[in-house]
Design a protein. Sequence first.
Length: 360
Amino acid sequence: MIERTSEKQDSCLFPVCVVTPEGTIQFSSQAVLNTLGRNSGPLIGRNCREAFNCTAADTCRCPLSEIKANPKRLSASMRRSNDILTEIAEPMLDASGNISAVLLSFHSDLQSQAMSHDLIKLQKLETIAEAAGGIVHDLNNIFMCVDAEVNMLKEQLEEQSTNHGTSMSLSSILRVISRGEGLTRHLLKLSKGQQPKTMPMHIGETIREAVTFSLLSSLVQPVFRISDNLNLVTTNSEQIFQLISNLVMNARHATNPNSGSRITITAENVDETEAGQAGLATRKYVRITVQDQGHGIPEEHMGHIFEPFYTTKPQGTGLGLSLVNLIVKELSGHITVESTVGKGSKFTVFLPAVSLDDTV
């Protein structure tokens, strides 16, 4: 049963209406008036041809006029207001198979393009999820094998009292492997649609670890400006490590690798007042910035940098910043980008903070 109320008319965001086979409007969304460029008051109970100001030519082309003889989904291009719309009529059948009503929907070329763009983005994300399941599983197996071999080598060297520095280097390698295993487990959960476990934690040390890992064997030097009394953030170490390492790797790739190059990493608390001034919800945050001295991002690329698979690098995957954006959303955070071509870029992440009282 269709409710004929103005509240019901306003509740649907899409331009659709339900009419009888003869064209009497039983239900209409407010979006129909907006799409058709009409402002003629309530539509329910009126004939659609009169309400939509159809000409004789419109009536002949309208799929509604054919649907009685041909009860299937029909469509036609119609000029409505100042736009060409695709009008789709779909029969609604009763228990006896007779047409009891017809669902009409209207789509402009602009709406179709926007829907196609969103569908492409969704398909890209689905591709990531499908690929991650198999790839991450294999990566995890590789990490486990390397971990076992390095542990065995470390034990043998310690038994032979070999150089202490060599043992320390192997310990560092094992920490990197352990972090890689943690990341693959995290990605595997995401690929299966599982929500990662989180808890209130201090993130300063994980930020340092992720930066150090991302700049291994690089001439680019990190500059840390991490507050000693950072607020707690509800997250897990894998999320923070992945978030920071991808931002730093992006900065590293954008920076000329000479001995004077630097990437500045800042982490500090943001109070309610400053958050409000930044256009965020009035609450406390932890603000993380990763600033490089690289080549910067051209204006035409700025709107695409968080899209999956979008990259301007010959060997790039286009996944790093899309994963950063995904993690920030998972943590109910916010991310901004400032960039000047030839001078560098600054990525700023705001993560909601929690107090010890909130955790009780």
